[in-house]
Design a protein around this ligand. Structure first.
Ligand code: NDP
Ligand code: MG
Length: 378
């Protein structure tokens, strides 16, 4: 029996993890965290009766339940001796604290939260050999599986696929006028609001390139992106002998979630394969991403190449700008305008301590708010 703590249990990944846990034998949910959702907390609690309940926001604990609170609560749960696997499915950078503590104690971290790795990559990488870091993000789960048994020097390139989002075929002038409700219509994946907007800008793929760099120790020029509207191929490896290895499944996050829990074992799933008889024929298309219409991807590569705190600053500014777009304070291209401006200003470029990265993150959020107040930029 393996004991699981699920951080962000009320979210999109959180709910799908619960679904996987309901069917999976040999795993027991012993801890959960939620932010504001009192109702979801009550429901999950009454079904699973976890030992640990952590509240990071304004949610209220169920009657008679003693909860832990905030960042300290997440860390306490993630480092408890009776927790074996920590699933990190919160939003934002708070995930970095329990991730690092759990790895230090030799636990498995099944990581969905990409912001953690993007902003604090060097620090997570430093402690990841002490435990087991298994990605949940579908492209990285696929890459993780494709790289199994492959030597790093045999890898010519890792290609991550992007669905292209709802604006894949839209001309730039139309994208410029896109509203939040347009951006929230994802063609293939069903996800939380923030990541759905990131998929529309392609920032999601930019964050994933950075994530892949830290997870797999590959330089930026060995990581590439192709737009693949079917979202069936999640990652492709180009190998030394020019053969390609690709990983294909239905776009359903329960597949990589389950694998991150059961790895190195693989167990049955009730999701059909991406193959006939369901499909008359299977067509896979791969297109070059258009960085003219989707500048976020270039910004992310720039942040990765500049290194240091730049990915943290990119991530923080993007998060603030995405919520501003959802609140209709900036237009769609306002998101990347703000991110670019904040990166240019980054006064924390020479920081190399964890505390310095945290300061860079806080500065970028504050500065992004200011810049948004005065939008449009000059
Ligand atoms: P959701 O918005 O659906 O859920 C987020 C979860 O985190 C909720 O449980 C929420 O609690 C909690 N939460 C929100 N804000 C905070 C905060 N400031 N501190 C702590 N907890 C918080 O997001 P998703 O499930 O879509 O995504 C979660 C993470 O996984 C993100 O980092 C995302 O990039 C990554 N990811 C998601 C994928 C997907 O398919 N959804 C795919 C790959 C990666 P409450 O409900 O109580 O507010
Ligand atoms: Mg992904």
């Amino acid at each position: 029996m393996r004991n699981v703590a699920l951080l962000g249990a009320s979210g999109s990944i959180g709910k799908q993890t619960l679904d996987v846990l309901r069917r999976l034998r040999d795993f027991r949910l012993v801890g959960i965290s939620v932010h504001n959702n009192t109702e979801a907390l009550a429901e999950i609690y009454s079904e699973f009766k976890p030992r640990y309940v952590v509240i990071t926001g304004k949610a209220r604990p169920p009657e008679g339940v003693r909860a832990l609170y905030g960042r300290e609560g997440l860390v306490e749960m993630a480092s408890a001796d009776d927790v074996d696997v920590v699933v990190v499915a919160t939003n934002g950078i708070i995930g970095v604290f329990p991730t690092i503590e759990a790895l230090k104690r030799g636990k498995r971290v099944a990581l969905a939260n990409k912001e953690t790795l993007v902003a604090f990559g060097p620090f997570v990488k430093e402690v990841s050999p002490l435990g087991e870091l298994v990605p949940i993000d579908s492209e990285h789960s696929s890459a993780f599986q494709l790289l199994n048994g492959v030597k790093r020097e045999e890898v010519k390139r890792l290609i991550l696929t992007a669905s292209g989002g709802p604006f894949r075929t839209w001309p730039k002038e139309r994208i410029a006028r896109a509203r939040p409700e347009d951006a929230l219509k994802h063609p293939t994946w069903s996800m939380g609001a923030k990541i759905t907007v990131d998929s529309a800008t392609l920032m999601n793929k930019g964050l994933e390139v950075i994530e892949a760099h830290f997870l797999f120790d590959l330089p930026p020029d060995k990581i590439d992106v192709r737009v693949h509207p079917q979202s069936a191929i999640h990652a492709i490896l180009l190998l030394r002998d020019n053969s390609l290895k690709m990983h294909v499944s239905r776009p359903d996050m329960r597949i990589p979630i389950q694998y991150a829990l059961t790895y190195p074992d693989r167990v049955e799933m009730d999701i059909p394969p991406y193959l006939p008889p369901d499909f008359e024929e299977v067509v896979f298309t791969l297109e070059m991403p258009d960085t003219e219409r989707f500048p976020a991807l270039s910004l992310a590569y720039r942040a990765l190449r500049l290194g240091g705190t730049y990915p943290a600053v990119l991530n923080a500014a993007n998060e603030v700008a995405v919520y501003a777009f959802l609140e209709r304070k900036v237009p769609f291209y306002g998101i990347t305008d703000v991110v670019e401006r904040i990166m240019e200003e980054n006064p924390y470029r020479n920081e190399d301590t964890f505390e310095g990265y945290l300061q860079a993150d806080r500065w970028a959020r504050r500065r992004a708010e200011e810049v948004i107040e005065r939008y449009p930029l000059r």
